[in-house]
Design a protein around this ligand. Structure first.
Ligand code: PLP
Length: 399
């Protein structure tokens, strides 16, 4: 018998309140649909996923294989992560930020996604409010809601490059505000917070006793320098500032599922306890793979090589779409996406659907990120695919 639990569209399961409003990740669902269409024989260029196209760096694969052969990676790992990776991540943050935390611990999880869930679950609860700037990566809303708290969306205007306005934050702050998510370089817009803004945000959060969860997974994919500014570049900040990073984007290793959080030891201890009762931690060989690449002398060369290719694709995508009537293309400073504004439409779900069905290009509509009227395109796909995708989009909109 099929394991399906939905019959005739009427659910036979009464779900708990914990997951009542939970929906699958829109980007993963779109990706699955694009793959299904490809399997059915349709020609689909998939620009929907948030996945760099590079192979895993050899140093990472070799480190994983060594850990399998010698047995270090195949037993239960310590719940918060193997010492090699926790130390490598701490050193990496130390080497790449101006004012790393002196009293902080590292938790390794199955991707930044799991680390975010753990932290949100440990920090927020029923009655709490957590500020999430839009456009946002949808998981921020989901993890806040799973913790029983309420996400409060902070609008940021595209006319000002999606910059957070402190007055807007202040307007939305209530006595129940407990947290603020930051994501720079941002998914989906690619915009980057400058150091001055991060200083202001840290000062504002400290004044109001608010946690900052800073998702810096794209920090090294920054096209104006080595690394985008980090909350750990801010010298004056409270201990309630958490940095999250991982290997999915910078090292093109999303399938290895490794992310980490750097936070006060007490918080890491509780998040690790939660992890010990849920997943027991991230997979051992993956942890050794991540430690291998993060602590490798080749690390910076690998990042520079990836970035050179990504930058070329970024420029090609911007150049290919600029000047097309109905599309407003801003040049992103970081990450791996173009966030294209539809100048004549308030919404973008229908445009994304028609682009997929009529012209065979999968992208994610801005509705998924809380800002209808935009299309998110991942430009970190192979060159030939990108060229074909851009040509199809240009033909689709340009007539
Ligand atoms: N944070 C942001 C902003 C992302 O865009 C993504 C993936 O798309 C993640 C986190 C997920 O990271 P991980 O693969 O480490 O779970």
């Amino acid at each position: 018998m099929s394991p399906t639990i939905i019959r005739n569209e009427v659910s036979i399961v009464r779900f708990s309140r914990n997951v009542d409003s939970l929906v699958p990740s829109a980007t993963l669902a779109l990706r699955a649909r694009a793959k299904r269409m490809q399997a059915e024989g349709h020609s689909v260029i998939d620009l929907s996923a948030g996945e760099p196209s590079f192979a895993t760096p050899a140093v990472a694969t070799e480190a994983a294989l060594r850990s399998i052969h010698d047995g270090r990676g195949t037993g239960y790992p310590p719940t918060p992560g193997v010492p090699e990776l926790r130390e490598a991540a701490a050193r990496y943050v130390e080497e790449t930020t101006a004012h790393p935390s002196e009293d902080a611990a590292v938790l390794v999880s199955a991707g930044v996604k799991q680390a975010l869930f753990n932290l949100a679950y440990c920090l927020f609860e029923d009655g709490d409010e957590v500020l999430v700037p839009a456009p946002y990566w949808p998981t921020y809303l989901a993890v806040v809601e799973l913790a029983g708290a309420a996400p409060v969306v902070v609008p940021t205007p595209w006319q000002r490059a999606f910059r957070i306005d402190l007055e807007e934050l202040e307007r939305l702050r209530t006595p129940r505000t407990r947290g603020l998510f930051l994501n720079s370089p941002a998914n989906p817009s690619g915009h980057v917070y400058d150091r001055g803004l991060l200083e202001d945000l840290c000062a504002w959060a400290a004044r109001n006793d608010i946690w900052i969860l800073s998702d810096e997974i794209y920090r090294r994919l920054y096209y104006r320098g080595e690394a985008a500014p980090s909350v750990f570049d801010v010298p004056e900040r409270s201990h309630k500032v958490v940095l999250l990073d991982g290997v999915s984007k910078t090292f093109s290793m999303p399938g290895w599922r490794i992310g980490f959080a750097v936070a006060p030891p007490e918080l890491i201890g509780k998040a690790s306890a939660l992890q010990s009762q849920t997943t027991s931690g991230a997979a051992g060989p993956s942890q050794y793979a991540a430690a291998g690449v993060i602590s490798s002398p080749e690390r910076e060369r690998i990042i520079a090589q990836f970035k050179e290719v990504l930058d070329r694709r970024r420029r090609a995508a911007v150049a290919g779409l600029r000047g097309i009537a109905g599309l407003d293309v801003a040049e992103p400073e970081g990450a791996i996406y173009l966030y294209v504004r539809l100048t004549d439409a308030e919404e973008s779900a229908a445009a994304a659907e028609s682009l997929l069905v009529d012209s065979g290009v999968a992208c994610v509509p801005g509705e998924a990120f809380g800002t209808p009227g935009f299309l998110r395109l991942n430009y970190s796909v192979d060159d030939a695919e990108l060229e074909e995708g851009i040509a199809r989009i240009a033909a689709h909109f340009g007539g």
